[in-house]
Design a protein around this ligand. Structure first.
Ligand SMILES: Cc1ncc(COP(=O)(O)O)c(C=O)c1O
Length: 393
């Protein structure tokens, strides 16, 4: 039976896959079953930030040298090593980490911690956002899901963009009631076509959360690990989140992992209040090896990686601002998180499909082309990809 009909028969896929059968990934390329090479301006949607098959990470994923599995109820040196490393790179006083298998679980843990710490049950988040696919994380995401699922959590209130001073006023009016457990958002909203909040907004919510006893949760599942030109995007706004959620690029894509970090003070209180978060595969030994190698690589090469990000970011800005889109495009760039609003979803889709045929990969979100190239992409390859994009407008 053909691959496609087997997929139709046996998969419950919620999205139409692209017409490409992936067989191989290296550096900034993906290859299909005919050996065709694609330039990857997607990086698995913020997963392969250091490029694919990075040897420094790959060499540490060696099943022969580590236990097959460790149940959460035992000690494992790798867990302490990784948690300590995360604490050494995280902003503010974030120190203690919950082990998770991915982003959804990390955000779900954050929601549970916030409820137990504050004794409150309400959440505030940004309208239209995405934080995962569990009932809890869908509840703080796009309100359209309310129509679809009847059992989402009540009391999840959304702030409508733009995220400016007026939006901060609305946040204050809400938080004043002192019944909101947490304000949860991506500091740079990759899931809303790379929406970059205003500095004034971010500064105020940082202060407001502290004033009214609401925990500030930064979901850095997509924008963490350098995507926006800082290791964590909340550093652009001098924020000190109470909780940080990580996944995707934490292992560079080699194996799945998630992490939810908080302060010692919050961790101690919620543990006393009965916080229990059990994840059978949370921090599997293979994932721990990959994450440690990934973070060590970051620590050693941070300057070089960010040098490349700055140069490429400028190049994307220059080239994209000169390209002739059908209507004037609104280009949003921070580091290598790139959103190009072309004002028309069908046009966006057409550009993306043409680019795919010519060997360039990226995604679209409604009117917006979203580009997340590896942070280590060579300048010549970026130019080649930009040439393809320009030829498809
Ligand atoms: C900001 C954000 N949070 C959470 C998630 C959920 O992560 P996962 O798919 O690893 O469960 C995603 C996934 O795209 C995301 O972009």
């Amino acid at each position: 039976m053909k691959q496609q009909s087997r997929e139709e028969q046996f998969f419950m896929s919620t999205e139409e896959p692209e017409d490409i059968q992936v067989t191989r990934t290296t550096d900034e390329f993906i290859y299909d079953n005919h050996g065709k090479r694609y330039i990857d301006f997607n990086a698995g949607w913020c997963v392969g930030n250091l490029g694919w098959k990075r040897k420094e990470i790959q060499s540490k994923i060696n099943p022969a040298k580590i236990p097959d599995y460790i149940a959460p109820g035992y000690h494992y040196k790798g867990w302490a090593d990784l948690a300590e490393l995360l604490a050494s790179i995280a902003p503010g006083e974030l120190q203690k980490t919950v082990r998770a298998t991915g982003g959804t679980e990390a955000v779900e843990a954050a929601m549970q911690i916030a409820m137990l710490y504050t004794g409150r049950a309400k959440f505030l988040s940004v309208e239209g956002s995405y934080h995962g696919n569990s009932i809890g994380t869908l509840s703080i995401g796009d309100s359209e899901n309310r129509e679809q699922y009847k059992n989402l959590l009540p009391n999840c209130i959304k702030i409508k963009p733009p995220l400016d001073d007026k939006a901060a006023d609305r946040v204050e009016a809400r938080l004043k009631k002192k019944d909101t457990a947490a304000l949860i958002m991506e500091p740079v909203i990759c899931n809303l076509g790379v929406m970059i909040p205003g500095h004034a907004f971010m500064k105020r919510i940082n202060v407001l959360c502290k004033r009214y006893g609401t925990l500030l949760v930064m979901d850095e599942v997509a924008c963490g690990f350098g995507r926006t030109g800082k290791l964590f995007a909340c550093e652009h706004f001098d924020m000190e989140p109470d909780i940080l959620c990580l996944a995707k690029a934490i292992t560079g894509g080699a194996v799945p992992m998630g992490a939810c970090m908080t302060t010692a003070k919050i961790a101690d209180k919620v543990l006393k209040n009965g916080f229990q978060f059990y994840s059978t595969y949370g921090w599997h030994p293979l994932a721990v090896g990959a994450a440690i190698a990934n973070i060590r690589y970051w620590i050693k090469n941070k300057k070089k990686i960010f040098g490349n990000v700055t140069a490429l970011s400028q190049r994307f800005t220059d080239r994209l601002s000169q390209m002739k889109f059908k209507k004037e495009a609104n280009v949003r760039i921070l580091g290598l998180a790139i959103g190009i609003d072309v004002n028309d979803p069908k046009y966006a889709e057409r550009i993306q499909q043409k680019s795919l045929k010519k060997g360039l990969l990226f995604t679209t979100q409604e009117n917006t082309l979203t580009l997340f190239p590896p942070l280590t992409m060579r300048q010549t390859i970026a130019e080649e990809g930009l040439d393809i994009l320009e030829s498809c407008l």
